[in-house]
Design a protein around this ligand. Sequence first.
Ligand SMILES: Cc1cc2nc3c(=O)[nH]c(=O)nc-3n(C[C@H](O)[C@H](O)[C@H](O)COP(=O)(O)OP(=O)(O)OC[C@H]3O[C@@H](n4cnc5c(N)ncnc54)[C@H](O)[C@@H]3O)c2cc1C
Length: 386
Amino acid sequence: MSSLSFLVDSPQDAKFRAEVSTWMAENLPEDLRGWSTRPPREMIQPWHFKLYERGWIAPHWPKEYGGMEASISEQLILQEELSRAGAPILSRQALGHIGPILMHHGTDAQKKGHLPQMLSGEVMWCQGYSEPSSGSDLASLKTRGEVNGDEIVINGQKIWTTGGHFADWMYALVRTNPDAPKKQGGISMVLIDLKTPGITIRPIMTIADDEEFAEVFFDDVRVPITNLVGDLNDGWSVAKALLASERIGNANPQMALQCLDKLQRVAKATGAVNDPVFQDKVTQLELDVLAQSAVFAHAVQQAKAGMDIGAGSSFMKIVATENIQRIADLMFEAAGGHAADVEPMDTEEGPVDVSVLWREVRRITIYAGSSEIQRNITAKRVLGLP
Ligand SMILES: Cc1cc2nc3c(=O)[nH]c(=O)nc-3n(C[C@H](O)[C@H](O)[C@H](O)COP(=O)(O)OP(=O)(O)OC[C@H]3O[C@@H](n4cnc5c(N)ncnc54)[C@H](O)[C@@H]3O)c2cc1C
């Protein structure tokens, strides 16, 4: 298993690592190990409950809100041991995105009403940003949120909503002022209970043969105005903060480490591991993931200190997602004739779903803002190009 070995464990960290590793070995169910796609709610939720009961579900959350408030090294050790055990990657929508946003922008009632159930995993969340004609140009979104007394009436459609068909609640961007001089100025963020009448959710099948996301239709959906996050028409500034933290989340090395592990297993099984040219390529990838882990650790540290990573998150997202695609491409090469098999390939350390993984990772350079958009942001805001 590859490792984030730029860190040398202190005696205290070594103890924590041993504790996590033993616990994972004893508690992670066999049928949840090694998933390339997202396991369905009925499988992932019990795992969330277990991590919650153990106190390891939200290492980055402050203790004030029930989190672990873990040190950077503890957070990375948890990532590494989760990867080593082949644990599925939990949805980041609640713990990684809207939870932290509510801590900063939510009302007391929103914090009390939602944060505990995000932690416990009883309530699952999804993100309603993208629309059929508003992805990269998100600020052009059209889903209407009309204020009517103490309610907001929502009409329109969201699409590519990850886990929309498994979720209980959505945090969404809606247009509350269509006449605002700047299109960003007429958008609000709102929390929507997906059981509210007028909502239709249809799952969408992906090329990896899983139902990763859904389209969600709103037909006169009435939401209390107290579900606004931040001020009316100020949703864009809330959303921008969220997008930066989402990109940092995407630079989390857990997935890259799991892919490297699968690559090694496949290479051993086919003998590709004995080819020095192949070994050279693997070493380069390992070094790149190590560098990614170091940058990720630094960003987590900055975020913890309340610093704004801003446009740097775009560069992190590009590097992290392209690393994973490069690993998947090399695994495809190493698998030889097995690469095209729909069924997982047998290896000494268990089956590896080569083809599913390769197809699965096509999407990662699209979500949370495509690589082209991240390059535009980096060019403008980091390099100062026109
Ligand atoms: C697996 C997956 C999960 C997702 N989950 C969610 C979710 O949970 N919630 C949610 O709201 N959305 C989600 N999305 C949607 C995602 O955010 C959008 O797909 C993404 O922002 C791109 O928008 P689009 O699909 O409309 O493509 P478009 O914006 O139409 O872009 C099409 C192509 O044109 C390129 N392009 C567009 N504009 C420019 C430009 N100015 N310069 C250079 N190139 C450009 C893009 O890079 C892309 O290659 C998800 C997407 C995927 C693939």
